[in-house]
Design a protein around this ligand. Sequence first.
Ligand code: PLP
Length: 375
Amino acid sequence: MNSDHKLRSVPFFNYPHVFTSQEETFISIIRGVGQRGAFIMQKDLKDFGQNLAVYVGAKYAVGVGNATDALQIGLIAGGINPGDEVIFCSHTMVATAAAIHFAGGIPVPIDAGSDHLMDPKKIEAAITSRTRAIMPTQLNGRTCKMDAIAEVAEKHGLDVYEDAAQALGSKYRQKCAGTFGKAAGISFYPAKVLGCFGDGGAVLTDDDKIYQRILALRDHGRDESGEIVMWGMNSRLDNIQAALLDYQLKDYGNVVERRRNIARQYRKRLGHLDQIVLPPGPDDDPDHFDVYQNYEIQAEARDALQSNLRDKGIGTLVQWGGKPVHQFNKLGFTKSLPYTDKLFERMLMIPMNMALSDDDVDYVCDCIIEFYRKH
Ligand SMILES: Cc1ncc(COP(=O)(O)O)c(C=O)c1O
């Protein structure tokens, strides 16, 4: 290791930094909303929905309580019926499957591919007479190969929904995650690339009728006149959160570019190591524009690397507590998905966030290089 690199603290995610980085501005936004008494379903929420829709190129974006609700609301609004099977990739948060379950559907997990995302070649084997839809997760800030997924969906008459919780602004062939199917969910959990100061989410759709149902579903089943038109939930994005998100959305392009630069730095410094597989680089494939919600590597001796980095002050994370969804037997899953199982023995997320300096990234790289030199 470079001798001028002293032990330093590089947390996996720096939650206070999210707030303190622009504390004065955030406080003045919160004060403004408070002084107007504009807490629920006010202009800030409407403005944010419109600006978000423009940003991703969707017709509508509706702010809701979180992405899990967004996915459930999108599925119900899109017409998932009790007993409909929905195929999803097991390398995702349990929230993807929970949303399908609570929408009345049956979540059917399939294997991930070598890019950690849904493998389009593995969808057909999971299709039955009850299959109604495919819901890929746009994982780690990368959009799946949606052309291949759409082709299978079209061939079998299936709908497509997207779990785009981790992928705001990521693109496949110039089209943003969240705009490929009937509806999609986005998360604004604080650690997301666009995060709020609590829970938050949005449903995206291009369909007028689905949009009207989404509006009603998030607000007790009420239509715009206040009449109850269906069973609904209470899942409204708080106006304060919407105002904070709307402000941050203005600078989102720069935030994404910073993350892409960190990914470039990781690639430049670690690309030569045989013991690890890095995510695709930002400039590797013109079909993909990745926003690097996470930087998930595959690593030989993963657990030893993680503990060595911990000793050096570096935070890392094994996604989803180290288990893909199909391993949650208590939820009724019994499938064996060998490729995903193998991936989960090797995957590790290393720091990727806006609090990182170039020196922090270099330090992480130095420590990883040193570990494999000795290992
Ligand atoms: C892939 C994926 N789906 C769904 C969710 C659920 O999002 P939320 O916490 O906003 O409900 C998350 C959250 O991290 C996620 O990563």
